[in-house]
Write a protein that binds this ligand. Structure first.
Ligand code: PLP
Length: 346
């Protein structure tokens, strides 16, 4: 009989763990914010707690899909960041673990309200308004006028020059879709999107990609959250940021624990940290400009003043419901992606 050497035995254990997709980490986090913030948060939380964290960045809809797929055998403990209505959709599908964070009492009123809406499963981390930004060099070079309203973006001047993400993957783009429905009504919103799609060369996967592409001069106009455009502008991009004249929607970015999380205690520590003033300061440290949810957290100096922006009274309960999401995405697929020319998804 052949003996198994210790080396072979440990290799076999490692192989089994890898094949099962199991992780030796103390905590597995899917991160829905910008990569720089994901990395800063991972480093800071590990230094604070000594825990070993595995953190990967995905767009919000992709995270929801992964959590759905792993429902009976969750690999992810925490979903941190990304638009809150998608967290509410997960709550509506019973995919989240209830948790009252230790600093819940410090949450600003909009975050308290969001927590109640989620049935005590998701907490607001930050807020930010939707808008667009144009590259002034590109528009000037082409001699085309600057847009100031959502309706301007359907003008044939901007053919091929507008970018937005696909709402199936991107929480930002789902916020855009829900915002249009709230501003215009559902029928008119889909008519608008059909007209807008004639100007869109690519629907990106990630919601911040359009303003990053506009910042590099690879497209003229990017529809994204205004705070993402501020980050690009501060880095020197020739962007002009627009809060559209008709008004706009906003997001509450959220954190939640996945139902059945394997590392529940570590997950709770992460949520507590993410909502503390120290955890929220990791955003500004990573160059981000969202408005933090903790009343004791410092506002990033360049955070947009959303009280100056004309805002729709965003209906998180309606647009956070799984049925409404499914119906809007089905219509988007058939009436916008299915009909427009030329279109590509990336
Ligand atoms: N990045 C930042 C900085 C955000 O504020 C948000 C919204 O929560 C996202 C990314 C969301 O990404 P996506 O639209 O790709 O889901």
């Amino acid at each position: 009989m052949k003996l198994v050497t210790p080396l072979a035995a440990s290799a076999a254990v490692w192989l089994c763990a890898s094949l099962a997709g199991a992780s030796a980490q103390d905590l597995n986090v899917l991160c829905g914010v910008d990569e720089d913030w994901c990395a800063t948060m991972e480093r800071t939380f590990e230094a604070e707690t000594g825990l070993d964290v595995s953190m990967s960045r995905r767009s919000t809809g992709e995270i929801l899909d992964q959590i759905r797929i792993e429902k009976d055998d969750p690999r992810i403990d925490v979903w941190w960041g990304g638009t809150g209505d998608t967290h509410l959709q997960a709550a509506g599908e019973d995919l989240l673990e209830p948790y009252r964070p230790e600093n819940a009492g410090d949450a600003l009123p909009w975050a308290q309200n969001f927590y109640r809406l989620s049935g005590g499963t998701a907490s607001g981390v930050y807020a930010g308004a939707l808008g667009f930004a144009y590259n002034s060099d590109i528009l000037e070079k082409r001699g085309i006028p600057a847009p100031s309203c959502w309706k301007d973006l359907t003008d044939p001047h901007y053919r091929g020059l507008v970018q937005v993400a696909n709402p199936n993957s991107s929480g930002t783009a789902f916020t855009f879709l829900a915002t249009l429905v709230q501003l215009l009504g559902e029928e008119e919103a889909f008519e608008y999107l059909a007209a807008l799609s004639a100007n869109i060369a690519h629907f990106t996967t990630s919601g911040a990609a359009p303003v990053k592409t506009a910042a590099r001069g690879e497209t003229g106009i990017g529809i994204s959250f205004i705070h993402d455009a501020v980050t690009q502008k501060l880095a020197g991009a020739p962007l002009v940021i627009v809060a559209p004249c008709e008004g706009t929607g906003y997001e509450i970015g959220a954190v939640s624990i996945v139902k059945g999380a394997r590392n529940l205690e570590a997950a709770r520590r992460f949520v507590d940290f993410a909502l503390s003033p120290e955890g929220q300061a990791t955003g500004a440290a990573a160059g981000q400009n969202q408005i933090p949810s903790n009343a004791r957290a410092a506002l990033p100096p360049a955070a947009p003043d959303i009280s100056l922006i004309r805002m729709v009274d965003y209906d998180f309960a309606t647009f956070g419901s799984p049925d409404r999401r499914l119906r809007l995405l089905d219509r988007f697929d058939s009436e916008v992606l299915g009909n427009a020319e030329p279109l590509a998804t990336h």
